[in-house]
Design a protein around this ligand. Structure first.
Ligand code: NYM
Ligand code: MG
Length: 212
């Protein structure tokens, strides 16, 4: 009875600390899906190209300061401004591969002094619920071997450890934890196979709302 319904795309989110290989894997996955005839599109948060995204970019690049609550709201607003486009694409059958999402929003702000994870989640409640969250993990030793952090705000070991702890607390039934301490190709193979299943299962499921 479902055969005449339009098949929607899957919402596949990658999360993990800085340097875990998310961007590399997102790029490879989108290419692979496209090559096998699946409609797929790469999205990235923060999307630094929008007006809000440009403010976030200046903040991260330490060109200017913003109050901690205010920057949290901007990261969240940067997802809300993409919401309609995301829903349209998903409903048209395009699978979205998303490099960071609301979990980064909560995990990073909640790593700051005086913020609870509960408070940080509020502004993203109701965004499209991912069909899966692929959480790439790396021990701090393995991360260190990948070279130093960059120059952006938050790229400090102590801070990243707090972020990693917050990610653990955000884990729910949609998460799949993946050990990222492997070659790019091995990791890609595992991820590609996991996503085949997710894409097939998402086809006729309604898109739910995050954290509701
Ligand atoms: N980040 C990212 C946040 O603090 N809040 C958010 O909502 C998102 C999406 O921005 N250190 C942080 C995590 C990163 C930084 O992300 C920039 P990227 O993926 O390195 O461009
Ligand atoms: Mg970065």
């Amino acid at each position: 009875a479902v055969s005449n319904q339009i098949e929607r795309g899957a919402l596949i989110v990658f999360e993990g600390c800085d340097r875990s290989g998310k961007s590399t894997q997102c790029g490879k996955l989108v290419e692979r899906l496209k090559n096998t005839g699946i409609k797929a599109k790469l999205l990235k948060f923060p999307d630094r190209r929008t007006t809000i995204g440009k403010m976030i970019n200046s903040y991260l690049g330490q060109t200017y300061d913003l109050e901690d609550h205010a920057i949290h709201l901007l990261f969240s607003a940067n997802r809300w401004e993409a919401r309609d486009t995301m829903m349209t694409l998903l409903n048209q059958g395009t699978t979205l591969i998303v490099d960071r999402y609301a979990y980064s929003g909560a995990a990073f702000t909640a790593a700051k002094q005086g913020f609870s994870l509960e408070w940080c989640k509020q502004t993203d409640i109701g965004l499209p619920q991912p069909d899966t969250v692929l959480y790439l993990t790396l021990t701090s030793e393995a991360a260190a071997k990948r070279g130093g952090f960059g120059e952006e705000r938050y790229e400090k070991e102590v801070f990243q450890e707090k972020v990693a702890k917050n990610f653990q607390d955000l884990k729910d039934k949609h998460w799949q934890v993946i050990d990222a301490d492997r070659s790019i190709e091995d990791l890609h193979e595992e991820i590609y196979h996991l996503t085949q299943k997710v894409i097939n299962q998402a086809k006729y499921k309604p898109i739910e709302k995050l954290w509701t």
